[in-house]
Design a protein around this ligand. Structure first.
Ligand code: XMP
Length: 326
């Protein structure tokens, strides 16, 4: 049978019992496949790679080497959580690379969105390759490929970040969740004891905050964006919207307007709230957030975030607006 085809008889994993049965089966298979060899995984902290990491840690422990590249465009607290959960709590073999300066230096002055994406994607591969080259005796490369990736593409993880390993490196692939749908990956992640906010996190583009810090990225505006985004997420959590709205974030354009703070003229950037619902990201509708929630978010962002003096709410559905601004 084709190993990339989900068998018709395979039951949808919806309960803890089914997830545990899947985990037991996978742990045995992974041990048989990997033996005493080493496995490499690019761990972004997203749902799929996190679940694959947790499965492999359970199966082969320190034979797994996780590499987390912080490109400086993560949301507030994300890289820290990867280090906390995988490095400390699960005691994984974790290589943490803070490549923030490399990415931001390369992006300095770059305005064009496609060029920004390309720079981020290429540099990610370069940093990961450099780390992979330093490691010895790696036989396998693990990937968080899930079933929709196989259905929608040629079996290569869509938007995957690990595409350009050095040509002389020949790895066999390990893809333990490749027959699972996203909801099943989440049930398995729950069963593996991963934090709720990691397992149920909203989609986040590979280039991260890089496509939300509009135009040429500067460190001060990126910092303001990250802080404002963290406030939005906190307030959505408090208002019970976090599990309900499909994707929500802040974008900060490279434009300033005049304002007043503490009786003085205060020029700042606007923070634009985007909060959308969709099935497949091809079309999207706007979440109708209560004004009281919007007022609270506005109040907090304008008072707590240096450099922001206005908050706007983007009411544009997709089409005509895309979900991201870039
Ligand atoms: P748009 O902006 O095209 O976005 O309406 C649709 C969905 O795709 C996400 N997105 C990306 N995901 N790499 C990714 O992994 C990317 O470069 C990228 N660009 C957009 C976006 O967040 C939304 O969920």
């Amino acid at each position: 049978m084709n190993g990339n085809k989900r068998p018709d008889t395979m039951e949808r994993i919806t309960t803890l019992e089914l997830a545990n049965a899947f985990i037991d089966e996978q742990v045995a298979e992974l041990r048989a496949q990997i033996g005493d060899k080493k496995v490499l995984l690019a761990l972004s902290g997203g749902v799929d790679s996190s679940v694959v990491a947790a499965l492999l840690i359970k199966a082969v422990g320190k034979q797994l080497v996780c590499v987390h590249v912080n490109h400086g465009l993560m949301r507030k607290g994300e890289s820290e959580q990867v280090v906390e959960v995988f490095g400390k709590q699960l005691d994984a073999n974790l290589v943490y690379v803070d490549a923030t300066d490399r990415f931001l230096d390369l992006l300095d002055g770059v305005v064009e969105p496609e060029r920004k994406r390309k720079i981020i994607g290429n540099e990610f591969i370069k940093v990961f390759d450099e780390e992979a080259t330093k490691l010895e005796g790696i036989s396998f490369l693990a990937q968080g490929t899930i079933y929709p990736d196989i259905l929608e593409s040629d079996g290569v993880k869509a938007h995957h970040n690990v595409g350009g390993l050095p040509e002389d490196m020949q790895f066999e692939l390990v893809e333990p969740v490749k027959l699972l749908y996203k909801d099943e990956v989440r049930v398995v992640g729950d069963a593996l004891g991963l934090p709720h906010n990691m397992v149920y996190r909203q989609p986040f583009p590979g280039p991260g905050l890089g496509v939300r810090c509009l135009g040429a990225i500067t460190r001060d505006r990126l910092h303001a964006l990250r802080e404002a985004d963290a406030i939005l997420r906190e307030e959505f959590e408090i208002a019970g919207l976090a599990g309900k709205v499909w994707q929500y974030f802040i974008a900060v354009p490279d434009t300033k307007s005049v304002g007043v703070r503490d009786g003085k003229r205060y020029e700042g950037w606007p923070a634009i709230i985007r909060a959308v619902n969709t099935m497949d990201a091809m079309t999207a509708t706007i979440e109708e957030i209560d004004y009281s929630v919007l007022h609270k978010i506005t109040d907090r962002i304008t008072h707590e975030v240096e450099g922001i003096n206005r908050v706007l709410y983007d009411l544009t559905p997709k089409p005509i607006g895309t979900i991201e601004w870039e």
